[in-house]
Design a protein around this ligand. Sequence first.
Ligand code: SF4
Length: 114
Amino acid sequence: MTAETEDDAFAAIRAHPGGVLQSELWKELGVDSRKCSRLVKKLLDEGRIERIEYRKEGIKTYVLRAAKTPPEPNLLLAGAELIPCVACELECKVEECPLLMDWMYQLAIEEFTE
Ligand code: SF4
């Protein structure tokens, strides 16, 4: 892989949910470390990633992670119905939850009727 844009770099960073070392990222992207630094700086300036200082064998590098963003409010709604998981206090078994199944059914109806 050769990263041409910051979007390519962002996709590579996001593929590592626990973060990726900047000193490893440029190798993964197939670019030199200077180009990687420029791509990382753009992503930091745009607020799309966060950078945490990290020392590996005494050498300073950084862990890069995709920034957490709040979900879009409309993704939590099926029509006017808010997803039941918000403020839910039940013992969660997602795959068996009738509340979630009802909400997803409502979502499917809303999408079908649009
Ligand atoms: S899936 Fe069901 S039990 Fe789990 S958090 Fe959502 S509403 Fe609550």
